[in-house]
Design a protein around this ligand. Structure first.
Ligand code: ITT
Length: 197
């Protein structure tokens, strides 16, 4: 069957296409179908936003849509930027602007207080109903400067102890093994496989 990766974030699209490669789904992105407006994101939780994005794009495309709402939760900042991760430094902020703002907020904060995690909630829905949802996290420490060039967003700032590297120092396959998105996707694909038994 066909799944539309319903996100406007090119970094997410690349990860979904790589991770779903080899599975029995035809995977397309919104960009493959045409030009679509941004989905409204007014929820206070990742789950609310992922649901509203999935429904929004399922209605517009008439197809089965996979939406992702994700972000970085920094303990010292009481969970911020959280659902505001994409627009932390402003409406049209670049990844670099967001990273700079985060580092500024953590100036002088020692390593043991720089704990953080990425969280991802996935929702698979068509225009009629919500089929599946799954979540995932990856724990780490916010460094004092960026390290690595792969991935996107806050990847160069999150050092992952279990891999002894930042997410931006991992290959796409390595990141997918341990990332919030990779873990959520694994759970979602298991539910899909169960249904097909
Ligand atoms: P869509 O809503 O179209 O999917 P978006 O980028 O606006 O795109 P979100 O609202 O879910 O998506 O914002 C997620 C932000 O959290 C993203 O822009 C990054 O700044 C950050 N983020 C999420 N996953 C990440 C990852 O794997 N690596 C680095 N940063 C990530």
């Amino acid at each position: 069957s066909e799944i539309i990766v319903a996100t406007q974030n090119a970094g997410k699209v690349a990860e979904f296409k790589a991770a779903l490669n080899g599975l029995p789904y035809k995977v397309l992105s919104l960009a493959d179908l045409g030009k679509f407006p941004e989905a409204p994101e007014q929820g206070e939780t990742f789950a609310e936003n992922a649901c509203s994005k999935a429904k929004f794009y399922a209605r517009l495309t008439g197809k089965l849509c996979l939406a992702d709402d994700s972000g970085l939760e920094v303990d010292y900042l009481k969970g911020e930027p959280g659902v505001y991760s994409a627009r932390y430094a402003g409406e049209y902020a670049s990844d670099q602007d967001n990273n700079e703002k985060l580092l500024e907020h953590l100036i002088g904060v020692p390593p043991e207080k720089r704990t953080a995690r990425f969280r991802c909630v996935l929702v698979l829905a068509d225009a009629e109903k919500l089929w599946y949802t799954a979540d995932g996290t990856v724990e780490g420490i916010i460094l004092t400067e960026a390290r690595g060039n792969s991935g996107f967003g806050y990847d160069p700032l999150l050092f992952v102890p279990e891999m002894d590297r930042t997410l931006a120092e991992m290959s796409p396959a390595e990141k997918n093994q341990i990332s919030h998105r990779g873990r959520a996707l694994k759970k979602l694909v298991m539910q899909l496989a169960d249904q097909e038994k």
